[in-house]
Design a protein around this ligand. Sequence first.
Ligand code: ADP
Ligand code: MG
Length: 569
Amino acid sequence: MSTKTAEQRIHLLPENIVNQIAAGEVILRPASVLKELLENSIDAGAQHISIWTEEGGKTRIQVTDDGTGMSPIDARLCFERHATSKISSLQDLYRLRTKGFRGEALASIAAVAQVELFTRRPIDEVGTHIVIAFGERRLEEPVRCNPGTTIIVSQLFRQLPVRRKSLRSTPTEHRHNLQEFLRVAYPHPELAYQYFHDDVRLYHLPSQNLQERILAINPTFSPGDLLPVYEQTPLFSVQGYLLSPEKIPPDNKENYLFINRRFIRHAGIQQGIWQVFKPLLHPETRPLYWLFLEIPPNEVDINVVPSKTEARLVHEMEIRYMLASVVQKALARAFIPFPSENFPDLGKLPSLEGFSAAPVSPQAPEVKPLQEAPLFSTLPRSPSETPAMLIAGRYLILSASDEGAWVIDVWRAYQRLSYEVFLKKRPLPSQGLLFPVYLPVSPEAYSAFATWKEILASYGLQIELREGKEVVLYSLPAGLSTTLAQPLLEKLFSLSRENPDSIEAIAWDETLPRLIHSILEAQRARSFTLREAQDIAERLQQAMDPNYTPAGQPIRLFLSRDILESLFG
Ligand code: ADP
Ligand code: MG
């Protein structure tokens, strides 16, 4: 530097060099670029995300989303170091809901590659087109483009020959890209994705639930191979699936642990889960699971490494043991016999009473656990006495006797039960949503929700209002499928527009079941696992009307001897 004198040998590095150094930590290979771009698209509220890579991302990575887009000013700023719209104070770090917060990804990528940005907010008429290469702006102009954002990254590491050479073969880099993709595709099944590599479409995933997403990505698994996990403890809640041990590929190395919907590597927790599976697997085989832990954000620190894939937990040991026990319970429920001497030594575990009941995140309301079953009970439920058969994931054949058999249309039974949930005596017990649902709302709808808040809570629907523009749904009444959360919130939103001033006049006892019914009527029949079907059949026995759906369609039929005889002529 020319301004240096003998007294001053220390100087601040030019920004471009700072960014290149930072990029060394954040951007290791094409997959790191892909991860950062995908996280930004999700943070921007995208519903559809498309990905194109060429040569394993070594020559080109493109991510296109239909999220919020950026104003011309933000588009210019987003490449600055520490430029972020996601946090503005240190406290925000402890109530983080976005994936990004460090504000360095785009600056880092732009320091080591060429980045082309097209972005437009829906309210703007024209968008912004910016090209920036190796820290230098090459172009900035208004452009006609779709609302949302497209970012194209090319020539990665062109100016860093050592890094460039350290890139592996196209198939290897491609594999890393796919891995990063799956790590965001699983935790956001509600988003639709397309993935093209060298112009071949590898994935085309519609908006779906977690089970459907797992099956779409792994077409060789069937619903019965996925053992559900659900538990709420004072320290965390967990939801997800374990792959049935006999289905685990022997060379499996990958597993999916998410904390607050962020993919995390946590050796302690993963080891704990592996221990439970060990007696059931080949010694080298790792279990395969998709587990989503929700931990109050103020008890997790994810600012450990720049890639944000590691976490420090305040209650690490407790969570590790409790989670192992939850997994063990889920396996036991699947009736897999396994030797009890291999259970973790539960006698040595801290007792649950010893834990202080953790405050859930500052804004999140307290939510009652769904199942009251004690956490450490490991006894398998005895298999149901009556042999049952499920046809097409929908028709359950039950209680065969000399007189005939019951056939239950499980989808219709499910409609009936969902409809009746809101007819029970209030207050209804609620079930926390692992993935709270967010809905941006107009000011009028916002005030409608504010007046409804208490009454909805008595129906097991706990909502919070944020910043005058967003409603968050945290729980549903127990017994209602979590896939109904989003559409229900949307229905309530349209209700708020239909009845802006007669809010007090709404007869909730009728309205809520009606909303659920209209949601289910509009949906395609879903298919069930045998266990789900049996569970629904059991609950149907308590239904107010087990015979007909709210629309009057029959739910169950008795296939009597007479009918069979007449069928066979
Ligand atoms: P961070 O995600 O940590 O905030 P980034 O460097 O990844 O930092 O992004 C900087 C900012 O650019 C983000 O905070 C966001 O405001 C904006 N941004 C980046 N990608 C997108 C996108 N796909 N859609 C809308 N805004 C985006
Ligand atoms: Mg980011």
